[in-house]
Ligand binder design. Structure first.
Ligand code: ATP
Length: 385
């Protein structure tokens, strides 16, 4: 080839190379632009599509139609879009309706009020009756009326008897009501949901009734489960007058609780344990048969009970040889379980302050005196009222 011909061939192959490179870059740019286009199309579709309406399924009314309560207000009878799994459409399920509200187009996950999530939920409390001192007869009764029906409901069905749905623990503060309820859930191996009634009405004005409803829903979902309603007197006190809107709010919350109690089957695997320090002020409506009709009293522990509680709370505590827990059980006369626990903690602090690794008799005596004085101080008394 002449030198001119070689030069032509070389410049041509350079041009091809450059063009190939350009094609490659343009192909890459095309892919990237197509991706962007896809994204903007999707966004545009979202912006243009009308919103869905949230609704709760009430019941199936036949011929593939459902009665739903829409979040916008009215009850509607609607059909179901072809792509929806009909087995998931059950009473109580949350569904999405198309914007005209004429058909169910999706079934939503069960959602709970964020406030319900703040309730204490323990899947299976890690406490047993060995952690409870001096409440043998109460434990026996709770075993029969709560644990047995949860574990072996068929036995009750066979005998044709109905165990109580709900139990009320009552007694002075710190006598182990919460502890016992947690133990029942732990021993039965069920979820424990704790609801503090005073928080329901104090914190969430206007929300009490809805929260009660949601807690029962949560309990049914977590079943077998126990709902523990602490300080039930905060919503269940006898009604004197309904003067203020706050009183009416409490009243609405109580009515919802009564409706929930009336509405469920005693053999269902959800049980209610309520607790109060003020049985005397409870509304009789709460104590009617079928509601909180089984009362279990937790009195202040006697000497034997106090000794057992002392033993439980000193299990891991090194004691001096001069300590006789029977003597401490005598000097803590009138103490609740919580106060006995506080005495042990206080005695341990005294030992620590002395630089000792064991608790002495004197530590206990001083600690008991301190706890007794604290119990007498007006601040603590008001806290307990
Ligand atoms: P309140 O009415 O003030 O809510 P409560 O009756 O629910 O009180 P708990 O909260 O169960 O009392 O008791 C507080 C703590 O005291 C428990 O966590 C436990 O450590 C101790 N305690 C109370 N009673 C007993 C008991 N009988 N045996 C062992 N410990 C106990």
């Amino acid at each position: 080839m002449s030198s001119g011909g070689r030069q032509d061939a070389e410049s041509e192959s350079l041009e091809v190379k450059i063009l190939r490179e350009k094609v490659k870059l343009l192909t890459q740019a095309k892919v990237s632009l197509e991706r962007d286009l896809e994204y903007y199309r999707g966004e545009l579709a979202k912006l243009l599509s009308p919103p869905y309406i949230e609704a709760i399924v009430v019941e199936e009314v036949g011929e593939g139609k459902y009665l739903v309560r829409s979040s916008s207000g009215p009850n509607l009878i609607v059909g179901v879009s072809e792509n929806v799994d009909k087995s998931k459409i059950k009473p109580g399920a949350t569904v999405a309706l198309n914007s005209r509200g004429s058909a169910i187009v999706g079934v939503l996950h069960q959602r709970y009020d964020p406030l319900v999530k703040t309730m204490i939920v323990e899947e299976k409390p890690n406490v047993t009756f060995d952690d409870v001192g001096g409440l043998e007869s109460q434990i026996r009764e709770l075993y029969e009326v709560v644990i047995l029906p949860l574990k072996e409901p068929h036995k009750f069905a066979e005998l044709g008897i109905e165990p109580p749905k709900a139990v009320l623990l009552h007694g002075p503060p710190g006598t182990g009501k919460t502890l016992l309820a947690r133990c029942v859930a732990g021993v039965a191996g069920v979820a424990f949901i704790r609801l503090v009634a005073s928080e329901l009405v104090n914190k969430y004005v206007g929300e009490g009734a809805r929260l009660v409803r949601e807690v029962f829903k949560l309990a049914r979902e977590k079943a077998p489960s126990i709902i523990f309603i602490d300080e039930i007197d905060a919503i269940g006190a006898r009604r004197l007058d309904l003067g203020t809107s706050g009183d009416r709010e409490v009243q609405r919350t109580l009515m919802q609780l009564l409706a929930e109690l009336d509405g469920f089957n005693p053999l269902q695997n959800v049980k209610i344990i309520a607790a109060t320090n003020r049985l005397d002020i409870l509304d009789p409506a709460l104590l009617r048969p079928g509601r909180l009709d089984r009362l279990i009293e937790l009195p202040l522990p006697d000497t034997k009970g106090r000794l057992e509680i002392l033993r439980i709370h000193t299990r891991k505590t090194p004691l001096n040889h001069d300590v006789d827990l029977r003597e401490i059980a005598v000097i803590t006369e009138g103490f609740s379980g919580a106060e006995i626990k506080a005495t042990v903690t206080e005695a341990a602090y005294l030992a620590l302050r002395r630089g000792s690794k064991t608790i002495s008799r004197e530590d206990f005596i001083q600690a008991a005196a301190k706890v007794k004085n604290r119990a007498k101080s007006p601040k603590t008394i008001t806290a307990h009222i």
